[in-house]
Structure formats: structure tokens, C-alpha cells
Design a protein around this ligand. Structure first.
Ligand code: SF4
Length: 633
């Protein structure tokens, strides 16, 4: 049965494990994955809990459809209190950990406490053990996974591991599975490190029995074919996410030299997607995916000869390319490989490094801080050395490792102006000044600046308003430079992405960059045939609203409000300097932004300060947190 997977509660400090049922009623309210993770965390992390304290809780969750052969449904959610922001910390990971967790008999794990010595958790065939990981501490993420497979004697075992960055509590350390599947952003790896937890291993053979196998297979094939046959998915399957770079740099939508510019112009040409082809060995996919958007790459000659890895994605081009003024695929591939082995979020790393370079340019950081290293734009060695300093917490790297908010206290408050972040969370290297809906999305995201919580990629296509109304159920202005109605658009995508993360489906196979991809109504039969739960499109939208509001409430209880829903100040003050006419000379208009923000709050049923209204909480059935979930321990 799909619905008979369990909740494992693990206290590393007390060395105790409990196994509990997950009531079907909770499934109907939150689905699984991200939604159920946040139900549990909302009711277990008190506002005064420090993210690095034993009382912080790490939730791991497989989506309700994780493990099914369609729409890239292999995803896993990792959630915790974010060490960079003090609010929601949340990562969605591809790869095969989630499906293996389900085969091991579990859908959700809640991990609390701090182990006395480095440890790992083994989840196998319905049981959970805590084991020593002293021999694994210090290993990179790839080697650690290899050793764990040998040790468990199961070559299908899947691990989520941390690397040096997590061990050293770098606030943007991530959790890795496979070569490059990252539970990135949000510092989930640092929280694992603070618990002395090197890895979680899942291994099992307990079949997932579905409600109606024949109908599920027929429908899964049909909906998967639809997602795979969009132009977006076809191009993605050939070029990977680097295809987005070509659009970004030619129009003027990519942070360059720490957002002093919005494109490198012709200098950026070497990083075009087609130029990655010569390193690509083949395209590979996450489990349950027929789009296969990921390159397996190999550098055959030159200074990085022998590097074999997966990716790099669009985000890495910004992080190790335009952000720091290096326009060389081999360097991007090398940094991508290093970041994955260190277990560090490469988006946050790239944005933090680019910030440090601009602070050096402006004299906030000097050679005294860097051990003599000059942070000059375009200097590959300086980029790699600074990255290593952060991972190993050396020199100025020790300050940067604590995240932008804390670091800016050391560099001087003004330095925060040059940090592209919201809520203390570094942004992806895109430049949202010309696209109000994207700017609103990075600002209101519950985990801080980010493109995967609500970005309405299709806003850029300027689709006819009848088409937009059909998708969104509201009138939406077609012009992507407009502010009006974009609050509704962002709201709709927040709900959609929440549902997708709670089902375990890949975001690239929903309405993100293609209007023809599946959306709410297309998941209804999947849920019924897989789990036997009948729902409507409206039910799913309400679940998305409930789950998102719980995350919002978690942030509100931790001191967040309207003041934290603004994009970087630079976006309001400095115009973009380059790009095509519709992207050049653009900055955000504060008055219009405020109107858009208020429209967004109204759509959610939140007050003018961004706090969910009492009637909204009642309508969604959200009570005060009761903090009782972990009392059983
Ligand atoms: S589209 Fe890409 S990220 Fe999504 S499941 Fe497929 S391979 Fe993974």
C-alpha cells in the first residue's frame, strides 16, 4: 500500500528510535514530501530554537507519488530551521533516495538531538539503526557514498550524505545523493553537521502496492508523454538547463560581476549551451524521468583533464562564470565537481564569492582578510581559493561561511547593500530588475531568495491573455514588465510548486517554463490510481494554500514580516546597464512593487503586514502549533 509507509522519529542524543503510522487524514490535508514535513516541523520546532542546537529538527520526506514512473517522480524533501535566515529551510532533491526510503518502509523521518560521535542512520526493511560514522568523517560526498554501499552490502542502497562543508557548519552546506543530486540551499547539510550526522542510508525491498495498477500505468504513460513532448522538455533533454543561459545573456537577465551588470554581453559567448556539447558524454536522468535533462561530462585534456561529473546546470554558469567574470566551461565544470564533493550549495557559494569580490573591489575586504589573496574579477585561482577558504573556514572564509547577514556585521552594515539576498538567503545569479513577477517571487519565498518556490517562467512568453486566464483562472496581464496581476500569478505558482514538492514530482515537468505541461488537474487521477484518494483540482489548490501558509506561519513565529518581503535594495536604486532595449535601464518601482505585494497578500488572505488572517487560518484548518510531536521521545 502506498499509504502504509511509516514515520520514523530518531533522537540522536538519546539514541532512541520510534516508528509511527502516518494517518490518512494528514495525507488528505498535506499530501507528503514538503507539505507533511512542514506540518511536523511547525509542530515541533519552537521559535527560540537555534538552528544548530540539538533541539532543531531535520525532516526528510518522500512525496506521495515518489517512486512512480512518470513526471520525474523520484524526489525527496529535506526541511529544517534554516541557519542562514532563522526561518524556513527547505530543499527538494532529485536522484533516488526517496524511492529507496519508501522501499525501506518509510515516507518521513524526523531527526532531533546531537549524536555524541559522528554517526549515520541506516533505514532498512522497516527498521532504523544509528551507527558510528567516525570512519566516514572527513570523506568527500562521493567517497562516503561508495563506502556506505560496501558497508551495507547493498549496491542499490541510497545515501544522503554531507561533505566537508556540512562537517564545518558552513551555513549553506547541502546534502548530496549520487554525483550531483543536491538538497541544496537552506543549509540542510550544516544542520546535519551540527547533529554529528554524516549520512542517512536507505535500503529495502518492501513493495509499494498501488491502488489501481492498470489505470495508473495507462494514465502515467499518457501524462508523461504530454510533459515529455513540450518544446521545453525536448530542448531541455538535449541541452540541459544551460539552454536558459543563452536567453539570459543575450537579453540581459543574468547577474554579472555581482550584479554590477546584468549580462557579460559578447564576453559571455563561450558559455553558450552548445559549447558544453564537446564535454558531454551522454544525457542522464533522475529516477522516474524520461526528460533526462542532465549532462554527464568529461574533460579529456588540459589543466582539468580527467574530471568526470554531472551538470553543470544554469545556476553553475552564473555562480562560477558571469558572477565572477570567468567565461570558461572547463572552469565551471571543475567548480561544479568540487562543490558537489564538498557538499556545498553552489548557488549560495557563487553568490557569496561574487559578493566578496565586489567588497574587495570597494575596500570592505582587503588582503589582510584573505591571507594575501587578491580577489580580482576573472581570476580563476582567486575564485577557487576563496571557495576553499569558505569550506575550510580559513581567513575571511570563516566569516563568509556564516552567511551574508552575519558576515555583513563584520564587514560593516553598508556591505549588505551589495549582497544579492532576501531574508539572508543568497539569490540565484539571475537579475530580476526587469521582471516584477520574478522579483516578487525571490522576495516572498519562504526560504529566502530563490527561483524554485514560485518563479512563473512562462511570464516571459507574453502569452495571450485568454490563455493566461485559462491557466490561472484569473485575468493576468500578458506584459512581463507589468506589476498589475503579477501578485496573483506568483501566488498560483507558489501553490503549484508546493503541491508538486508534496507529491515528489519534478518542477521541470509542470507549468514552470512551459504552459502546456501538466498542472493541478492532471495530478488528480495520479493520486486516485496510486493512493486511492479522490480529490479535485480545488482540493489540491487548497492543500497548496494550507501547506504554504504553514511555512509562512513558521516564519511569522520566527519574527518575519512584510519588511522581509522585498528584493535587494540595489534593484530599486540602480538601473540595469546592458541588454536588449526591454531589459536595459530597468529598476524596480517601489510604489508599484508595494501594490503588487499587497495584491499578493490579499490573494493569500494575509493582512497588510503579511501575517495570515485568523479567518484564513480557520478556513485552512491551521491551529496554533502544539509542539507535542516529539514529546513521545
Ligand atoms: S527533468 Fe531533469 S531534474 Fe527533472 S527529474 Fe528529469 S533529470 Fe531530474
Amino acid at each position: 500500500m502506498v499509504l502504509n509507509r511509516k514515520l520514523g522519529i530518531i533522537d540522536l542524543g538519546k539514541n532512541r528510535v520510534l516508528v509511527r503510522e502516518i494517518p490518512v487524514e494528514l495525507r488528505k490535508k498535506h499530501l507528503g514530501g514538503r507539505g507533511l514535513n512542514w506540518y511536523y516541523l511547525y509542530n515541533s520546532i519552537r521559535p527560540d530554537v537555534d538552528p544548530y542546537s540539538p533541539e532543531n529538527v531535520l525532516a526528510i520526506g518522500a512525496g506521495l507519488l515518489t517512486g512512480f514512473p512518470a513526471l520525474g517522480a523520484g524526489r525527496t524533501q529535506i526541511s529544517t530551521k534554516n541557519p542562514m535566515t532563522g526561518g524556513v529551510g527547505d530543499s527538494n532533491m532529485g536522484g533516488a533516495f526517496g524511492p529507496q526510503l519508501r522501499l525501506a518502509g518509510f515516507d518521513h523521518l524526523l531527526i532531533v538531538g546531537r549524536a555524541e560521535k559522528p554517526s549515520y542512520i541506516l533505514v532498512r526493511d522497516g527498521g532504523i539503526e544509528i551507527r558510528s560514522a567516525e570512519h566516514l568523517w572527513g570523506l568527500d560526498t562521493h567517497t562516503a557514498q561508495k563506502v556506505l554501499r560496501e558497508e551495507t552490502g547493498d549496491d542499490r542502497a541510497e545515501s544522503m550524505v554531507i561533505g566537508r562543508a556540512g562537517e564545518n557548519l558552513v551555513s549553506f552546506a547541502n546534502v548530496m545523493n549520487g554525483i550531483k543530486n543536491a538538497g541544496g540551499r537552506s543549509g540542510t547539510g550544516a544542520v546535519m553537521g551540527s547533529k554529528n550526522l554524516k549520512a542517512i542510508v536507505a535500503s529495502g525491498d518492501i513493495d509499494l502496492v498501488v491502488h489501481d495498477p492498470e489505470k495508473l500505468l495507462d494514465y502515467a504513460l499518457e501524462v508523461d508523454r504530454r510533459a515529455r513532448n513540450t518544446k521545453w522538455a525536448k530542448t531541455l533533454g538535449r541541452l540541459g538547463t544551460p539552454l536558459l543561459y543563452d536567453v539570459s545573456y543575450t537579453t540581459g537577465f543574468i547577474g554579472t560581476l555581482n550584479w554590477q551588470y546584468n549580462t557579460p554581453g559578447e564576453d559571455g559567448k563561450p558559455l553558450e549551451a552548445e559549447n558544453l556539447e564537446k564535454y558531454s558524454v551522454k544525457m542522464v536522468a533522475c529516477i522516474g524521468c524520461s526528460v533526462h535533462c542532465r549532462h554527464r561530462v568529461k574533460i579529456r585534456e588540459g589543466r582539468y583533464r580527467g574530471v568526470v561529473t554531472e551538470g553543470p546546470e544554469y545556476a553553475a554558469i552564473g555562480a562560477f562564470g558571469t558572477g565572477v567574470g570567468v567565461y570558461d566551461w572547463e572552469f565551471v565544470i571543475k567548480c561544479n565537481e568540487m562543490a558537489n564533493k564538498w557538499g556545498i550549495d553552489l548557488i549560495s557559494l557563487g553568490t557569496t564569492v561574487a559578493w566578496a569580490f565586489e567588497l574587495f573591489q570597494r575596500g570592505y575586504i582587503t588582503e589582510n582578510d584573505t591571507g594575501g589573496l587578491r580577489l580580482e574579477w576573472g581570476d580563476e585561482n582567486a575564485v577557487l581559493e576563496l571557495a576553499k577558504m569558505i569550506v575550510e573556514r580559513k581567513n575571511v572564509g570563516n566569516v563568509l561561511a556564516d552567511g551574508m547577514l552575519k558576515a555583513s556585521e563584520k564587514f560593516g552594515k553598508d556591505s549588505l547593500y551589495y549582497a544579492n539576498q532576501t531574508k539572508g538567503h543568497p539569490n540565484l545569479l539571475t537579475d530580476e530588475r526587469g521582471i516584477p513577477s520574478f522579483a516578487l517571487g525571490i522576495a516572498t519565498s519562504t526560504r529566502g531568495a530563490d527561483h524554485l518556490r514560485s518563479r512563473p517562467g512562462i511570464d516571459l512568453f507574453q502569452l495571450p491573455e485568454e490563455t493566461l486566464e485559462r491557466i490561472y483562472g484569473h485575468r493576468i496581464v500578458s506584459d512581463f514588465t507589468a506589476y498589475e496581476t503579477k501578485g496573483i500569478m506568483v501566488w498560483w505558482h507558489e501553490l503549484l510548486y508546493n503541491v508538486v514538492d508534496s507529491l515528489g514530482i519534478c518542477k521541470f515537468q509542470t507549468v514552470f517554463n512551459s504552459a502546456n505541461s501538466p498542472r493541478f488537474e492532471d495530478y488528480v487521477p495520479l493520486i486516485e490510481f496510486a493512493a486511492g484518494i479522490r480529490m479535485t483540482k480545488e482540493d489540491l489548490m487548497e492543500i497548496g494554500e494550507r501547506n504554504y501558509t504553514i511555512e509562512r506561519m513558521f516564519n511569522v513565529l520566527n519574527g518575519f514580516s512584510r519588511k522581509d518581503d522585498y528584493p535587494p535594495e540595489r534593484y530599486f536604486r540602480e538601473e540595469t546597464k546592458r541588454g536588449l532595449p526591454f531589459m536595459k535601464g530597468r529598476k524596480l518601482d517601489r510604489e508599484k512593487y508595494d501594490m503588487m505585494l499587497e495584491e499578493y497578500y490579499r490573494q493569500h488572505g494575509w493582512d497588510e503586514n503579511g501575517v495570515p488572517k485568523r479567518e484564513t487560518l480557520e478556513r485552512l484548518g491551521i491551529s496554533e502549533p502544539d509542539y507535542s510531536i516529539l514529546e513521545v521521545l
